[in-house]
Design a protein around this ligand. Structure first.
Ligand code: GUN
Length: 294
């Protein structure tokens, strides 16, 4: 069993990005600038956004954090997005999800200029992704592709099973892995809460990707010997012995499943870190006008 080391990979990618930023500064006096909008006090969202801002500093990007109270109205949030769309200094921005219930996520996503949608959530980017056109890939699926690619894990012709059909992970990664591309050309099954006999499907997987958000859901008897397991879950569970009173676990029962795998991603230290570096990669591309040249 080999661990897919998200910490090592994300540091490697950050060094590559930092070198490009240095070159950009020298050649064009341009610095990539990412803005993040955080609404409310959700502890996990606060932690993700902190990590995104910290990573910007590490690679030499400019970053702007816009914090709003959870009482903000949809109209007020739409005004902030309009301002970010028009701000020539900002190359890309994200609105951290989930949003409070009185705000319609779809309305917010649709309001973001696709050229600045470095999360790749706008239907323009999603549709271009599905059709294999240049686009901003959603950060977590992009991170998974990089893990597979940089560990030279063959995907072509493999049976790939994805657990969870969210718009930001399950659905896009299932499209990406079945595309005629590299990594891609896999035979993909997308399983979800209505799937019957889930273990029957998961046991067929050469590559199993879990994006459910259910702690320790994937057990050893659901996994084929020699499978590649990518654990997207970042779940907080209470732990009185931990400094913060909780610890992070994935969707996969790591201790039991890892010995059966050829490769597995840990939690923490796996996919989560790659999500952040993918966002940086998209922001750099936005700054260079690589996806949507003017
Ligand atoms: N919430 C969970 N994952 C993400 C992400 O990749 N981007 C945003 N904006 N919100 C999220």
């Amino acid at each position: 069993m080999e661990l897919i080391d998200g910490k090592f990979l994300s540091n490697e990618i950050k060094l590559e990005i930092a070198a490009e930023v240095k070159e950009l500064k020298e050649k064009e006096a341009k610095i990539p600038h990412l803005a993040a909008v955080l609404v409310g006090e959700d502890p996990a969202s606060q932690s993700y956004v902190r990590s995104k801002v910290r990573s910007c500093e590490q690679v030499g990007f400019k970053s702007t954090l816009i914090r709003e109270d959870s009482s903000i109205t949809e109209e007020e949030l739409l005004l902030i997005i309009e301002k970010l769309n028009k701000d020539d200094d900002i190359d890309g921005f994200i609105v951290q999800l989930p949003l409070p219930r009185h705000i319609n996520d779809d309305k917010i996503t649709l309001a973001i200029d696709p050229k600045k949608d470095v999360d790749g959530f706008h239907p323009m980017n999603f549709g271009r992704m599905a059709q294999g056109m240049p686009c901003f890939l959603p950060a977590t699926p992009f991170g998974i592709l990089q893990m597979l690619d940089r560990y030279n894990i063959e995907v072509e012709g493999k049976e790939c099973v994805v657990l969870g059909r969210s718009n930001i992970v399950g659905t896009p990664i299932s499209i990406l892995l079945s595309r005629k591309a590299r990594p891609g050309n896999a035979t993909v099954q997308l399983c979800h809460s209505r799937t019957k006999d889930l273990p029957m499907h998961t046991r067929r997987a050469d590559i199993l990707i879990s994006a459910l958000g259910i702690p320790n859901f994937v057990k050893a008897d659901m996994v084929k010997e020699g499978a590649v397991v990518i654990d997207v879950g970042i779940n907080r569970i209470d732990d009185a012995n931990a400094k913060r009173g909780y610890r992070l676990v994935g969707d996969v029962d790591f201790e039991a499943v890892a010995p059966k795998c050829s490769y597995i991603t840990p939690v923490p230290g796996g996919v989560g870190l790659m999500t952040v570096t993918s966002l940086l990669k998209n922001t750099l591309m936005a700054c260079k006008g690589e996806i949507y040249p003017d």
